[in-house]
Structures are given as C-alpha cells and as structure tokens.
Ligand binder design. Structure first.
Ligand code: SAM
Length: 393
C-alpha cells in the first residue's frame, strides 16, 4: 500500500462526527450498535443525518475506531435505558467494512484541531478517513470509489462545523453576536441579544421539543436559536420586526397557565435606546423611575403564570450610568424577580459590540472619570415547585 497520504476528497455533503467513550462505556456501544452523548454535547448529535460517518474515541485507551455509518439520524433517547440514561443524545450505527482501531488518537485529533462539538467535513474528514484507509486496503478501495479529487483543490470546502461549546463558568464573553452558518436575529438591531446566551440557556435548562417564549423578542434572536436547536418557540414584541413575531404587550401574554418550559427576556434597560414609537413601548420609561420596575414586574407575573412549575425564567439586564449618576437596574430588577421566583444563578455577560465602545467614548470615560458598562447580568430564576409562591412571603 502507498504510505503517503492518499488525499481523498469526499463528497461536500458528507459529514463526520466523533463520539467519545471510556473503558466502561465502550462495550455497550457495540452491544447496542448505538453511540451516545450527554446533554452538554447534544446539539451536534441532533445534526447527524442517516449515512453520516462516525468514529469512536476511547479516552482511556487513547484510540479512535471506525469507520462507522449513522444508521439513524441523531435523536434524543433512541434507547432510553442505554448507559443508565447518562448519554441520551444518541445515534444508531453500522460498521463500514471491518472495524479499525487507530492508536495515538489524541495526537491525530490534535492535528485535526478537533473538539467535542465539532462536526467534520471537507479536508479534515478526508484526513481522518485517510488515516483509516492506511489500515485497510479494502476500506481504501471503498474510499477510492468515492474519490473525486485531491485535498489541495478543496479549499472551498468548509472543514468543520457543529455546535459551539457549552459555557462552563458564570462569566460569558462572546466575540460575535451570532454563531453558526445562519444568522440569529439581526446584529444591526439596537439592543440585540448575543445568540450564544440563548443557546447556552436552551442546552442547560430545556430539552428538544420544549416550548420557549420570548415576550420581547426584538429582531427574533430567540426564535432563530430555538428553531436551530429543535425547540418550539413563540416570540412576541410590542412592535414586531418580522412576520414570525406576534404583536403583543408583554404585560399580558395570551398563553395558558403553566404551558411553557422556559421564558427568556432581554427587555429595554430604561429609555437609553430608541426601539420604536409604540406608545406601550417600555423602552420609553426611565429606569430611574418606579414605573419602569412596576411595569416589568407585570411581565414577571405573566411569565410566572405561563411557566410550568419548576421551569426557568432567564432575564438579561444591564445597569445605567447617565448624567453622572449610577442606577443599579440589575439589583433593582433582581429584587422584583425574587418576589415571585426562586434564585438559580447569575451569569455575568460581557458587553461587546456596544455602540458606546468607541475610541471617542473610551477617551471620554477616562477624561471624565466614569466607567463604560462592561457587563450585563443574566438572572436565572425558577418557578417554585411549591404551591404557595414566594410573592406572599
Ligand atoms: C433589548 S430589545 C430585545 C432584543 C432581542 N432579544 C433581540 O435579540 O433582537 C427589547 C425589546 O422589547 C420590546 N418591548 C418594549 N416594550 C414592550 C412591551 N410592552 N411588550 C412587548 N415588547 C416590548 C422592544 O420593542 C424591543 O424590541
């Protein structure tokens, strides 16, 4: 066999995904012909289509085996009792030719710059398939039948896609408003939410098929993220920017009691941004005034009513510095939320791409001795499982 890399170019549409196992979990994969992942890596698994190429990386033995083919699409709980329910994002597979096991997997995967949420395609998938092709002339023949050119010609092929990693700490700093191939929301919309905020909330607090509601969804970021991550979604706004947003005042939400699995809200933080001229736009009310908090408390009460017990409300909010005066919008919002919900967590979300983060404003802040707002609070609250809610306490 020729021992230089055969440089197989594969069909543009072919995708590859590497599952991970340990000594303890590998046998069950082959008994059931099933690969599984935890929820933290659920998003890329749901993107696997029947016929995609699969591999299995054993962390303990430092091997990667393959080549497998997805015999189903990726789904939740194909076999709910597998691995005692620990890895519910699953796909059925069969083996292409004979199973081959490569050693020094970590070195190979480092070369591919692989990480758990990556889906391989193009030249990176070719490279990995070629590693297997060395090991089996028969598999090589099979690959040769698919061969249409060399890697050198395939610069237009995107080498990897997949899903962003799930955040591990309470400090979230996203360099871009959106992620993935399709835009989420409109990054030109004043006050647009970073899509990865919503993505992380979905993968932490909801399951595929759950219903998510955004009562103030602006340019529709929540709708786009939910659709891509297989959640049902309803988005409202006082002044809709797209056809799939329903016109509604968030102080009265037209949904049944206890019918929703998560509510996400990124409201106006006062009257600092001009969203629209609608008379009921809460973004016309100053966050210095009690009325701002009273009105938003109505939204909290409605969110509480529509949420199922034990489910999550996530509220993104930033403080205000205006006319040399600080307003603690975040803490004041938190106090109102605490009247109705149980605390779960608070995340600090870095404010990148703010219109005030310009050379001019940075100079002004240094000269005049104030700080530009560098972060927002993502307040995560739960509707109590108890019958009597905290508001009465
Ligand atoms: C910060 S923006 C939301 C941004 C959105 N998450 C996005 O990514 O595009 C706040 C939104 O609240 C909406 N809004 C203000 N008052 C409202 C009300 N009473 N009911 C519903 N929406 C309202 C505004 O129109 C604006 O689109």
């Amino acid at each position: 066999m020729n021992h230089c890399v055969p440089e197989t170019k594969i069909k543009k549409s072919l995708k590859g995904y590497i599952f991970v196992c340990t000594r303890n979990t590998e046998a069950e994969c082959f008994e059931r012909l099933l690969f599984g992942s935890s929820k933290a890596y659920g998003s890329p698994v749901l993107k696997i289509r029947k016929g995609d190429v699969l591999f299995l990386h054993n962390l303990d033995t430092n091997t990667v085996s393959g080549v497998f083919r997805a015999a189903s699409k990726g789904n939740l709980n194909i076999e709910p009792d597998a691995w005692s329910g620990k890895y519910p994002y699953q796909v059925k597979f069969d083996t292409l030719e004979n199973k081959i096991c490569l050693n020094s997997a970590k070195r190979i995967l480092r070369k591919l710059e692989w990480s758990r949420n990556v889906i391989l395609s193009g030249s990176k998938l070719s490279y990995l398939l070629d590693m297997f092709a060395y090991e089996a002339a028969s598999l090589n023949d099979l690959l040769l039948r698919r061969r249409v050119g060399s890697v050198g010609e395939s610069k237009d092929i995107k080498s990897e896609e997949g899903s962003p990693p799930i955040e591990a700490t309470t400090l979230w700093d996203f360099s871009k408003q959106s992620y993935g191939i399709n835009p989420k929301g409109d990054n030109k919309y004043a006050g647009v939410t970073p899509a990865l905020v919503i993505y992380n909330l979905l993968w932490k607090y909801t399951e595929p098929g759950d219903l998510v509601v955004d009562p103030m969804c602006g340019s529709g970021t929540t709708i786009d993220v939910c659709k891509e991550e297989n959640r049902k979604v309803i988005g409202y706004d006082i002044s809709p920017t797209r056809d799939d947003i329903i016109q509604n005042d968030a102080r009265k939400i037209p949904l049944e009691d206890e019918s929703v699995d998560m509510v996400f809200i990124d409201p106006p933080y006062g009257d600092n941004l001009k969203y629209n001229e609608h008379p009921d736009n809460i973004g016309k009310i100053s966050s210095d005034s009690i009325q701002y908090y009273d009105d938003l408390e109505k939204v909290m009460i409605e969110s509480h009513r529509i949420l199922k017990k034990g489910k999550i409300l996530a509220w993104l909010i930033g403080d205000q510095w205006l006319n040399n005066q600080f307003t603690s919008v975040g803490f004041r919002t938190y106090e109102r939320l605490r009247k109705h919900f149980e605390p779960v967590d608070i995340i600090c979300v870095s404010r990148r791409g703010q219109s005030s983060h310009t050379e001019n404003w940075i100079n002004r802040s240094r000269r005049l001795g104030f700080y530009l707002r560098g972060f927002k609070y993502l307040i995560i609250e739960r509707k109590s499982l108890r019958k009597q809610e905290l508001a009465e306490e």
